[in-house]
Design a protein around this ligand. Structure first.
Ligand code: 6PG
Length: 237
């Protein structure tokens, strides 16, 4: 595991973006799962402004780790956020965007997306392999859309499941643990003081860490990278 700590949310976004640019430069095609959340939003802004011409975006196939079950023009849509802050600012084939269709019936959409992953991604081990999965960390220790009260979804044999936000009841389609841990590389993008306690428990394996889905992120490849700002990292020893 690697932990990168920078001074601010903006610097975290810069540091991750630089890593992403060099990863893309070294590959002809990259299958990447994006995340929702406030830190990825900052990353999208950074990429659109400073890496628009630095990166050959046509090499990237975009997917998502999770999506809220809302239409693509809804403020809550993870696709909408990526489109607004990143895709709309770049030039690349729109066929490279493989969104989870939040407007579809959730159970059917989870199945459709799993089939799409099976078809598009190389099969490594016994299942599809992403080159990179980008994750956020919720204040409650959730990641993708697997929440502590549904932690059993992590071990589902299906590549995608329907989850429910514990407070709002909003349905989500999410990747499950087997496919996340089969990725060549997994990255957590986490900033802000409100994440510090969970970051500490998860990285140091202390306290209540085993109750948090994010603590189950352990890629078989061994390549797990945390990008944190000093606030999120402040309790680390
Ligand atoms: C989502 C997510 C989710 C998110 C975390 C962190 O769609 O909600 O993908 O896992 O990344 O909740 O979000 P914040 O960075 O906004 O706290």
């Amino acid at each position: 595991m690697e932990v990168n700590i920078t001074g601010s949310k903006k610097q975290t976004a810069r540091s991750f973006s630089e890593n992403l640019a060099s990863l893309i430069a070294k590959n002809n095609i990259l299958h990447i799962a994006l995340s929702g959340g406030s830190t990825p939003k900052e990353v999208f802004k950074e990429l659109a402004v400073h890496f628009k011409n630095e990166i050959d975006w046509s090499k990237v196939q975009f997917y998502w780790g999770d999506e809220r079950c809302v239409p693509p023009d809804d403020e809550e849509s993870n696709y909408k956020m990526a489109n607004e802050y990143l895709f709309s600012k770049l030039e690349f084939p729109l066929g490279n965007i493989h969104r989870i269709k939040g407007e579809n019936e959730p159970v059917e959409e989870a199945k459709r997306y799993a089939d799409l992953l099976e078809k598009n991604l190389p099969n490594v081990g016994t299942q599809p392999q992403f080159d990179l999965v980008i994750l956020g960390l919720g204040d409650d220790g959730h990641t993708a859309s697997i929440f502590p009260n549904q932690i059993n979804l992590w071990n589902s044999k299906a590549y995608c499941e329907v989850a429910e936000h514990p407070e709002s009841g909003q349905k989500r389609v999410t990747l499950t643990g087997n496919i996340i841990n089969n990725a060549k590389e997994v990255v957590f993008l986490v900033t802000g003081e409100n994440k510090a306690q969970k970051v500490f428990e998860i990285i140091e394996r202390k306290g209540n860490y085993s109750a948090y889905p994010a603590s189950l992120v352990e890629p078989i490849s061994g390549r797990l990278n945390w990008f944190l700002d000093t606030e999120a990292a402040k309790l680390l020893e």
